[in-house]
Write a protein of this length. Structure first.
Length: 294
C-alpha cells in the first residue's frame, strides 16, 4: 500500500463491477482513495459499461496473474459464488493484501477458505447496506453509499485489514458498525430479506388473476402496491442466492411473520376494532423511530 503519495491504496480489484461494484469504483475515485481500479467480470457488456462510466480503469474477463499487484479485492458477486471466487484469487494474492466483500449474508465463508486467505493476507467480510432496484454498472451512482451503514463482520477484529476496510467505507461517506456474522444475518433477515420476500409474494398475487383483472389491478395500483413493485423488481439471481444462503434465519423470521399475520387475520375476522387500532398505532410509533434515524 502506497503511503508516499495522495492515494491510500495503489491498486484495487472489483470482482463483479455491477451496481454496487461500479458505484464503489466511482466513490473510490471521487475520494482519490486508490490509484488504479481493475474490474473483473465475465459479462462483456457490463464490463464495457463499467469502463465507459469510468468506474474502473481496466477490465478483464478472468482472474489471472494480471491482478498480482492488487492491495484490496472487493468481491461484488452473488453470495453463493464467494468461496469459489476466493479460491480462484488465492494463487494471486500478495502478502498483506485484503479480501473483502459486499454481500447481504455474512455467515457464508468456509473455515478452510478463511484460513487460506489469512495465511497470506486478511479476509474482512463487510456489507454496505445500500442499493437500488436496478442492476448493472450502467446504473452506478457515486453517492450510493453516502450516509448509509456498512457492517463489518471480521473473524478477528484486531487484524490490520479491519482498520483499512473501515477507513475506506468511512472515507466514501458510510457509517461503520462491527458485529458477528450471526448477528448480522439475523438482523438482515428481518430488516431486508423478509421485506423483499413479502414484496415478491404480493406482486406475485397478480399472476393468479385473469388478464382483465390483472389489467385493472395494474391500472389502479395505489402507492403501497407501487412501492412493493419497486422492491420486487430487484435482481432475481442476487435475491435467490440471499434467500438460500440465509435460509436458516429467514425461515425463523418468516415463521414469526406468519404467526403475526394470522393474529391480524383473526382480528379482522372477528371485528376486533380496538385491537386493530392499537396494533396500527404501535407500528406507527416504531415507524416514527425509524424515520428519526434516517
Amino acid at each position: 500500500m502506497n503511503k508516499e503519495n495522495k492515494y491510500i491504496i495503489n491498486q484495487v480489484a472489483i470482482i463483479g463491477p455491477g451496481l454496487i461494484g461500479a458505484s464503489l469504483g466511482l466513490a473510490l475515485k471521487s475520494k482519490k482513495i486508490c490509484k488504479t481500479i481493475i474490474g473483473i467480470d465475465n459479462c462483456k457488456k457490463n464490463l464495457r459499461d463499467a469502463i465507459n462510466n469510468k468506474s474502473i480503469d481496466f477490465g478483464y474477463h478472468k482472474i489471472d496473474n494480471r491482478i498480482t499487484n492488487t492491495d484490496v479485492f472487493f468481491l461484488c458477486t452473488p453470495v453463493s459464488q464467494l468461496n469459489n471466487v476466493i479460491e480462484q484469487l488465492i494463487p494471486f494474492l500478495k502478502k498483506d493484501s485484503v479480501v473483502t466483500d459486499v454481500g447481504s449474508v455474512k455467515n457464508v465463508f468456509k473455515k478452510n477458505v478463511i484460513s487460506k486467505v489469512n495465511r497470506i493476507g486478511f479476509l474482512v467480510p463487510a456489507h454496505p447496506i445500500a442499493g437500488t432496484e436496478f442492476s448493472g454498472a450502467k446504473n452506478a451512482r457515486q453517492d450510493m453509499f453516502f450516509n448509509r451503514w456498512c457492517i463489518i463482520t471480521p473473524v478477528n477484529r484486531k487484524i490490520l485489514g479491519v482498520k483499512l476496510i473501515r477507513s475506506i467505507w468511512k472515507k466514501i461517506g458510510m457509517m461503520v458498525a462491527t458485529m458477528s456474522p450471526e448477528e448480522h444475518d439475523k438482523i438482515m433477515s428481518i430488516t431486508s430479506h423478509l421485506p423483499h420476500l413479502i414484496a415478491f409474494t404480493i406482486v406475485g398475487l397478480a399472476l393468479n388473476y385473469s388478464k382483465k383483472e390483472k389489467k385493472q389491478l395494474l391500472n389502479f395500483s395505489a402507492g403501497g402496491f407501487k412501492d412493493f413493485t419497486r422492491i420486487a423488481s430487484s435482481d432475481p439471481k442476487m435475491w435467490k442466492d440471499i434467500f438460500l444462503s440465509n435460509r436458516k434465519d429467514i425461515l425463523k423470521t418468516l415463521e414469526m411473520f406468519i404467526k403475526n399475520l394470522n393474529s391480524f387475520k383473526n382480528l379482522i375476522q372477528y371485528e376486533k376494532s380496538s385491537q386493530i387500532m392499537n396494533f396500527i398505532n404501535e407500528t406507527k410509533k416504531i415507524r416514527k423511530e425509524i424515520v428519526k434515524l434516517e
